[in-house]
Design a protein around this ligand. Structure first.
Ligand code: ATP
Length: 248
């Protein structure tokens, strides 16, 4: 589904990713964990070329998605970001109605009949497990909802354009525990149909919801594997020390 080969990323002189070789499986949730500054967000942002916006960022090596080179000249950024969508730490709905938020990408990419857009908006809000809370308020401004509801509206906005991969950068760290639990439950449902990569500082969260975990340190992947194995019987001493809270 998604692989990296000898991926390096430099911010000016600083090498933030030092030769990453990873394969992400379809219908699997992979957690990226590691101490602050180890390169988790940088790696995540490579998958849908968000680092293009950073003027001093330079990438070498390859990322393959559906047999296409993500960094190749032939790739369309609009199509790439529709197929590989991203959810951020802070919910970032547009200052429009709930309906217009979720319909936004659909209207951009296609000229679909209103009935089809209505159906896709409803399906996406149901998939994001926020339909029951917003169905009677679809014309209200999305920014007027709680942080957790806003985050699920953002997930619905992404789902409406039928992505294959969902990238999440600490999606619950700005939310209260109840909202976080709802997002986790939503992600558990979504991983049946999507490839999910989540950056999290919360090791309990990674252990609860991910199938695979990648432990990074100083721009390198130290260890990756099934979450249970990595947490219960890490092969590397640095992984063990990090999971046991000896540094981080
Ligand atoms: N735009 C930038 N310019 C220069 N250096 C950067 C830039 N963005 C990130 N870095 C550096 O690259 C390294 C990796 O940063 P990154 O944000 O990917 O780490 P992270 O593991 O996601 O950290 P955190 O958990 O704190 O979010 C850090 O040393 C960071 O300071």
């Amino acid at each position: 589904m998604l692989t990296t080969e000898n991926l390096h990323l430099y911010y000016g002189q600083k090498e933030a990713l030092k030769g990453i070789d990873l394969a992400f499986e379809a219908q699997t949730m992979t957690a990226l964990v590691g101490p602050s500054g180890c390169g988790k967000s940088t790696l995540l942002r490579c998958f849908n070329r968000m680092n293009d916006q950073v003027s001093n960022a330079k990438i070498t090596g390859s990322i393959w998605f559906d047999r296409e080179n993500v960094n190749g000249p032939a790739i369309s950024l609009v199509t790439l970001r529709q197929k590989i969508g991203m959810v951020f730490q802070q919910p970032n709905p547009f200052p429009f109605s709930v309906y217009d938020n979720v319909a936004y990408g659909l209207r951009l990419a296609h000229s679909l009949p209103k009935a089809v857009i209505d159906e896709r908006v409803e399906t996406a809000l149901k998939q994001a497990a926020v339909w029951d809370e917003v169905k009677d308020h679809l014309t209200e401004n999305a920014m007027g909802f709680s942080g957790g509801q806003q985050q699920r509206i953002c997930i619905a906005r992404l789902l409406a354009v039928l992505p294959k991969v969902i990238l999440l950068d600490e999606p619950t760290s700005a939310l209260d525990p109840i909202s976080s639990a709802k997002i986790e439950a939503t992600l558990m449902q979504l991983k049946r149909d999507y490839t999910i990569i989540i950056v999290t500082h919360n090791l309990q969260q990674a252990a609860r919801i991910s199938d695979r975990t990648v432990f990074m340190l100083d721009g390198n992947v130290i260890e990756s594997g099934p979450t249970q194995t990595l947490f219960m019987t890490p092969e590397n001493q640095q992984t063990s020390d990090y999971l046991n809270g000896k540094f981080g």
